[in-house]
Every structure is written in C-alpha cells, then in structure tokens.
Ligand binder design. Structure first.
Ligand code: DGL
Length: 273
C-alpha cells in the first residue's frame, strides 16, 4: 500500500478531508458544515473496519496513514480526524508525516466537564482504545485532578450506530447498561468521548435524566477547524459547499445508514483502499 502521497501547495478552494472508523464522525461533520457553509468536505467512513476501539494503536496508525493519504490524494487541504480513538493513536503520526497540513483532532471533553460538575464526579463514556491511551492519561492529569472521573467503555454502542439502530429496545438496554453505572457513581455530567455517541444522545439523556448534563465536543472541534483554516489562510468563501462520501462497508448497507444519519439522498462511494 502506498503511503507516499505528496502534498500539493494547498489552496483555499481545496476540500477538507474528514475521516472516522465509520459513520460516527458525521456527528462532527454536522457541526463543521454548519460553521463552514462555503467549504467542500470529503468524508471517509472506514465502517468495514469498525470498531477501532478494540484494535491496536499500531494498526490504527497504519490505517490512518492510508486514509489520510487517500484524502490528500483527492486534494484535501486539511484533515479533520472525526474520531477520538484515531486521534489518540494517530494524530501525532499524521502531523509528522504531513507537517505542512493542518490536522485537527479531538479528545473527550474532560476540561469543560470538570468546570461544569457540581457533584464533583464526571462520567466519561469512550472506547477502550481512547480510555487506554497515553493522551487520555495526560488529559486526566491536566484537567481531571480536582474531580472524580469515572470512565466506562461503551462496548456495543459503535456497532449499534453503524447499523443505524438509534432507538431500538436492544440499543436502549445497551445504553442503560453503560449510563446507569456512571449515574450510580454520582456523575452529574457525562462526556460523550466517541463521535458515534451523539447519535444516541436522546437515549442517553432519557436514561440519565434531566439533572445530568451531556457534553459533546462536535462544535468545539468545528470551531478549532475554523481557527486552523483561518491561521493557514485556507478558508474558502463565495461557494455553496458540498460533501462527497466514501465507505469501506458493503455499499448497499453503507448507503442505507448514511441516508438515515445524514440525508436521504446522500450518495456514498466504495472506498478502494
Ligand atoms: N468514533 C470513534 C471515536 O470517536 C471510534 C469508534 C470505534 O470505531 O471504536 O472514538
């Protein structure tokens, strides 16, 4: 496989490359689209390999180099890693491989959660890979010192979203099994530390109840993307932005779920890598 895509001098009219282990990153794309109506976005859903949460950091790094190379090959002027797990494993590697390219990553919102809690206990729902990462340990060290942080890996939730099952009895039971222990430990704020989870937010809020705050990082990541584009002089204007989607999952299934999570008429292409 070829990792040696070379970066052409970036122009503001080039698209922004976005990727995730699957369709979860659409929860971030939604915010990016709202903040940047003039931009074109390329979105790669690596659904054929989801979930990343249980894979090794080495495997994720290799795969992210391939996905980044694919997006750069399609002209991307910046990369948005719409995945906490991939950011934890591979953001540094991507920045090293493409030092000129703005690379925007994301991490669980421990800082705003620590500022918001009144009980002093914060719940973080994320993948095993994110929770086990050195980046997450550093995040707790910096922002989690004065609060009690309870973590929980949301096994099965990514798969439920990938199947487009946002409100079935099975998904509801699964959400309950992950959220109830956080509440039992006294959490009054729950951080959605995986980009698939915002699609389950209505269920999570129902299970958690009105006294518990739920924090999603999508909009702050979108604002960070805007800042990085501005700093690099790469912001596009005067254009009605569009999206182009690829997935490594079987096309029929990918199209069906994309229709549900994005737009009925959204087209998805087979990812050839
Ligand atoms: N959406 C991802 C995240 O934000 C990864 C989910 C997975 O594939 O495990 O962590």
């Amino acid at each position: 496989m070829n990792h040696h895509h070379d970066l052409h001098p970036a122009a503001p009219n080039a698209p922004i490359g976005v990727f995730d282990s699957g369709l979860g990153g659409l929860s971030v794309l939604r915010h990016a689209r709202a903040r940047l109506p003039d931009e074109d976005f390329l979105y790669v859903a690596d659904s054929g390999h989801a979930p990343y949460g249980e894979r090794s950091a080495d495997w994720i790094r290799e795969r992210c180099l391939e996905l980044g190379g694919f997006l750069i090959g399609h002209g991307a002027k910046a990369l948005l890693i719409a995945c906490n797990t991939a950011t934890a494993a591979a953001a540094a590697t991507l920045r090293e491989r493409w030092p000129q390219l703005p690379v925007i990553g994301m991490e669980p919102a421990v800082k705003p959660a620590a500022a918001a809690t009144r009980s002093g206990t914060v719940g973080v729902l994320a993948t095993t890979g994110t929770l086990a990462s050195a980046r997450f340990a550093a995040l707790l060290d910096t922002f989690g010192r004065d609060v009690h942080v309870v973590t929980r890996s949301g096994s099965g939730l990514v798969e439920a979203v990938e199947r487009g099952e946002l409100d079935t009895p099975v998904t509801r039971a699964l959400v309950e099994s992950h959220v109830a222990p956080l509440i039992a430990e006294g959490a009054d704020v729950i951080v959605l530390g995986c980009t698939h989870y915002p699609f389950l937010r209505p269920l999570i809020e129902q299970v958690a109840g009105p006294a518990v705050g739920v924090i999603d990082t999508g909009d702050s990541v979108a604002r960070q993307l805007v800042r990085k584009l501005d700093a690099a002089g790469l912001r596009r204007s005067g254009h009605a932005g569009g999206e182009r989607f690829w997935s490594s999952a079987p096309p029929a299934a990918a199209r069906e779920v994309l229709g549900r999570l994005w737009h009925d008429d959204a087209r998805i292409e087979a990812l050839g890598i």
